[in-house]
Write a protein that binds this ligand. Structure first.
Ligand code: GLA
Length: 570
């Protein structure tokens, strides 16, 4: 084997090799950007890049596997940049990614997740059959750059099904993986005993105190070399919380200590990137992760050493200095092109969402997004309140995640998951419409796999039956249909540029919504912050005209967006 694990450390082609790796997810940036960003990892002093594979990015519809060429190109670009690669194929990845990487069509069908149950394993096997060949042919044993492959992700934080882990590991071996397999878990006894597999390398994930973490690992695995598979040198943000950062000096000191202990490392993240579109995940709060729902912001900058647009930060230089003690021949970072000059882009032509209402699906009770085959976006639920009858409270049960409630066409309230779910004084007969917006699916803990939509509509205790659900295709905006008052409204404008460059886009008066540029969804914005600007990547722009579309959900029609000179992350 050309990459080997020994109790003292790793060996590449017979030579001692300390893994100095950094995480960068190919699904969080654009293919055109990968080569420069990978070279930036190399310029920090790294010899390896690590990526997850997000199953739901590749299999949006059951049985339709796409974009595997992205992973192949990413691994090849890494080789080109002089980097080895660690692949973490899932099936579950966490990663603050929608549903932890699991496809909504699978989790929405109610199958037991992440355990030895054929209803879960059969789709995993089908996906792995499509995915693994490109990884296998790029292993070091075959002249490629892939040195390690992960079995599941922090499984000890979730379950204790050893048969499941063994099944996944055997599946990887049977498909030709011959580089070392590994698991990664929190450095705690219950996590290591739940998540590791006899005979397979165990690694630990942590942000500080490497000595304690490696000692715990050693107690469980005296013969496994110390490796931190996720060195959390930064962190992610939730909407409505403070922006989280970690000082370069503090993170560099932890790195120094870890390397002095003989550890190998994978920076989580080396370069974070962006949760474009609706790919941001969510968490549930509380010690056991079953508390409040907390959606994650669009940016995945992560306060990482290489920022959201691929530029080196103070942390980059601090890490580089420490890494230079352990490795030589670190290339200099290449300069980045400038960003777009700040400006304002005027928006016009306000258009209501109403024109998106087309074919509906009728059912006694509301159907979920998953039953409709909708992953994310807007779904309108319509029901009739019989009458005549007195006014009673109207109740919307199981809101996931936000609901604009209209009674006879008038917007009465905007309800949110976790808040009040009741509107007073609705008399009958009346037509009730609930326009639902979904936020990210939980990516960690026991609530992975929650469905979207609403569970029921009631007139006080009485269920309102006969609900029609209309999935709205928001990429097909009915321009020119006019607009009524506040509430979901589209506007558009033209961003004229000489040359495609990165930018930072803000919707200054906007409360909540989405932005598309040339049809590419930059993600969600939300006035509660902490994120204020959305990263606008150069590869989606063209010289001349660029169409900007804003969907404002809660406020008035937006009249402008701004292009700012720097990122506003909080
Ligand atoms: C865990 C997971 C990662 C990520 C981090 C937090 O370690 O394994 O995927 O979610 O937490 O950023």
């Amino acid at each position: 084997m050309s990459f080997a694990v020994t109790p003292q450390g790793f060996e590449l082609r017979g030579e001692p090799f300390r893994v100095l790796s950094g995480a960068m997810h190919y699904f969080r940036s654009l293919p055109e950007q990968w080569p420069a960003r990978l070279r930036m990892l190399r310029a920090m002093g790294l010899n390896t890049v690590e990526t997850y594979v997000a199953w739901n990015y590749h299999e949006p519809v059951a049985g339709v596997v796409e974009r595997l060429d992205h992973l192949a190109k990413f691994l090849d670009d890494a080789a080109e940049a002089g980097l080895c690669a660690i692949v973490r194929p899932g099936p579950y990845i966490c990663a603050e990614w929608e549903n932890g990487g699991l496809p909504a069509w699978l989790t929405g069908s109610g199958v037991p997740l992440r355990c030895h149950d054929q209803r879960f394993l059969a789709p995993v096997d089908r996906f792995f059959d499509a995915l693994l060949p490109l990884v296998v042919e790029r292993q070091v044993s075959r002249g490629g750059n892939v040195i390690m492959v992960q079995v599941e992700n922090e499984y000890g934080s979730y379950g204790s099904d050893q048969e499941y882990l063994r099944y996944l590991a055997d599946g990887l071996l049977a498909r030709g993986v011959d580089v070392p397999l590994f698991t990664s878990d929190g450095p705690e006894d219950h996590m290591l005993t739940g998540g590791s597999v006899p005979g397979i390398l165990a690694t630990v994930n942590f942000g500080s105190d490497p000595k304690a973490a490696f000692e715990t690992l050693k107690r469980h695995r005296p013969d496994d070399p110390p490796m931190c598979m996720e060195f959390w040198n930064g962190w992610f943000d939730h909407w409505g919380d403070e922006h989280i950062t970690r000082s370069a000096a503090d993170a560099a000191a932890t790195l120094d200590e870890m390397l002095a202990l003989g550890g190998s490392v994978n920076f989580y993240m080396a370069h974070g990137g962006t949760n474009f579109g609706t790919w941001a995940g969510a968490n549930r709060g509380g010690t056991y992760h079953d508390g409040d729902y907390q959606p994650t912001v669009t940016s995945y900058d992560y306060d990482a050493p290489i920022d959201e647009r691929g530029a080196p930060t103070e942390k980059f230089w601090a890490f580089r200095e420490v890494l230079a003690k352990y490795t030589s021949d670190i290339p200099d970072p290449e300069p980045l092109p400038p960003v777009l000059v700040p400006r304002t882009v005027t928006l016009g032509e306000p258009t209501s969402w109403r024109g998106l209402v087309r074919d509906g699906v009728g059912s006694p009770m509301p159907v979920s997004y998953e039953d409709l085959g909708v992953v994310h976006g807007l779904v309108l639920y319509r029901v009739e309140v019989p009458g005549p009858r007195q006014p009673y409270p109207l109740v919307v049960d199981g809101i996931a995640d936000r609901a604009h409630v209209f009674v006879d066409g008038q917007l009465r309230a905007t309800l949110e998951r976790g808040g009040t779910n009741t509107i007073d004084d609705v008399a009958g007969p009346a037509t009730v419409e609930v326009l639902v917006e979904s936020l990210g699916r939980v990516n960690y803990g026991p609530h992975v796999g929650e469905t979207k939509g609403i569970r029921a509509l009631r007139h006080e205790r009485q269920y309102l039956h006969g609900v029609t659900a209309y999935p709205l295709n928001w990429e097909d905006v009915p321009w020119g249909s006019g607009v009524e008052g506040v509430g979901p409204v589209f506007t558009r404008g033209d961003l004229k540029i000489d040359e495609p460059l990165d930018g930072y886009l803000a919707v200054p008066g906007g409360l909540r919504g989405y932005v598309w540029v040339n049809g590419f969804c930059l993600g969600r914005y939300n006035a509660v912050g902490p994120q204020r600007t959305l990263y606008l990547p150069a590869p989606i722009l063209r010289s001349g005209s660029n169409e900007v579309v804003v969907l404002e959900l809660d406020g008035v029609a937006q009249s402008a967006v701004s292009i700012d000179g720097e990122a506003g992350l909080g």
